[in-house]
Design a binder for this molecule. Structure first.
Ligand SMILES: [Zn+2]
Length: 441
């Protein structure tokens, strides 16, 4: 048998729940894993070898929902309710500063942040997504890129009547073009998209065979408004339109009515929870244990870096595990390995990438990270999942491989000039700050 193209070895391997070897190795060819298991069974050599130097080899993390380019507005407006934050701060700033060039630049910054935090797959939803798709392709990060859809003028789509045409053009341009990029549609929410817009999005996704996402039931106010306008809860509204079964994933689902968890499960809608963003906006917490008990696929997302304020999925996992215990009063709720898997197989399912990401097994994409274990806060090691959820930090990530390509080595991004991107974002942010209300310009 010819030597594989890539071999990662020299440390413990946690390949997924229940798959653990004190000394493991992963081999890959053509970006696909050909071996994952104990070191003694691994190929002896490869065209390229990455030594883990005692670090933990594990699957790359999935950030199932974010708005990467909103990194431009990180720290721009904090400590506000969602409605005020969106309507009075974010939407006006986006109208002024967001275009395809700024989306590409700021998504590159987000991609750099995520790669350094061990995220190898992302679900991103925003506007001007040609820019985002180019950024993720350049960064070497696997991405489900959702073109945003909303019923008022938005960056890159000034005429709401043409919004679906903008989505179609984006999907047709990117479908099958890149190994890493999958285009999709992100209908912003039932409160910003009319029933006709939502129906049109579902029909477009069915026609072009791509995935449909939306924000759903994020705040108590959204639920009350939906009841006043449509006579139903947000989930009930989509069900009455016949759209729930066409929806692939719903983001948030903080305010569900009794029985709606089971309805989402029956309709095959994955739920992407964003506990840190929801908490910061005072929106509440999704009931992850209730959703899982009802049979829902559950994934984790950071949401945008303007409401979180980072793109750190490992901290999201840790927060979700702790919140589940607070919400239920039960320390056994959402144990470590199950919490971690929300950012692995859960994320893969929400993004339609089951069998591709979330595990280190033959046939999966070679998306892996190596965590430095030789540190006081990770010593000793009894249980890798416990460390990852309760003790590790994304800053412990040392090496990152996506689709067999090494994109981070010793905490340095190899795929693009991240320091240069940071300098350009700082320069842009200087202009954004100068245009802030009350600060001239
Ligand atoms: Zn969001």
């Amino acid at each position: 048998m010819p030597a594989p193209e890539l071999l990662v070895r020299g440390g413990p391997l946690w390949a997924g729940p229940g798959s653990w070897w004190p000394q493991g190795a992963v081999a890959a060819t053509g970006g696909v894993i050909t071996y994952a298991g104990p070191a003694e069974g691994a190929p002896a050599t490869a065209e390229r070898v990455i030594e883990a130097h005692g670090g933990l080899i594990m699957p790359g993390l999935v950030n199932a929902h974010c708005h990467g380019a909103m990194a431009l507005f990180r720290g721009w407006a904090d400590d506000l309710p969602l409605e005020v934050w969106l309507q009075e701060h974010i939407f006006p700033a986006e109208a002024r500063w967001i275009n395809e060039q700024t989306v590409e630049l700021c998504t590159l910054l987000a991609a750099g942040e995520m790669l350094l935090a061990g995220v190898t797959t992302v679900g991103d939803a925003y506007f001007c997504m040609h820019g985002a798709a180019r950024a993720y392709e350049q960064a070497g990060l696997r991405a489900l890129v959702g073109q945003g859809l909303i019923d008022f003028p938005a960056p890159g789509a000034p005429e709401p009547a043409r919004n679906l045409a903008v989505c179609r053009e984006f999907i047709e341009a990117w479908q099958g073009r890149s190994e890493l990029i999958t285009p999709g549609v992100f209908a912003h929410s039932p409160y910003t998209c009319s029933p006709d817009t939502l129906r049109g999005a579902a029909a477009l996704c069915a026609e072009l065979d791509c995935r449909l996402f939306t924000h759903l039931a994020e705040t108590r106010e959204e639920t009350a408004q939906c009841r006043a306008r449509h006579g139903r809860s947000p989930v009930g509204h989509l069900e009455s339109l016949g759209l729930l079964e066409r929806l692939d994933a719903a983001v948030h689902c903080v305010w569900l009515e009794p029985g709606e968890e089971a309805l989402l499960a029956r309709r095959g809608v994955a739920v992407i929870a964003c506990p840190e963003s929801n908490s910061k906006l005072g929106a509440g917490w999704a009931d992850l244990t209730g959703l899982l008990a009802a049979g829902c696929q559950v994934a984790l997302g950071t949401d945008g870096p303007a409401s979180n304020n980072d793109l750190d999925v490992l901290s999201e996992v840790s927060f979700a595990a702790r919140l589940a215990k607070v919400k239920t009063g039960d320390p056994a709720a959402l144990p470590a390995e199950q919490a971690l898997d929300l950012a692995l197989a859960g994320g893969a399912a929400a993004l339609g990438l089951t069998g591709v990401v979330g595990r280190l097994e033959p046939g999966y994409g070679c998306d892996l990270i190596v965590l430095e274990l030789n540190q006081p806060h990770l010593t000793p090691l009894y249980d890798a999942a416990s460390h990852l959820v309760y003790a590790a930090s994304s800053r412990d990530v040392r090496q990152v491989v996506v689709a067999g390509r090494q994109v981070v080595a010793e905490r340095r991004v190899l795929s693009f000039d991240l320091p240069g991107v940071m300098a350009r974002v700082r320069e842009l942010a200087g202009r954004v700050a100068a245009g802030r209300p009350g600060e001239g310009a």
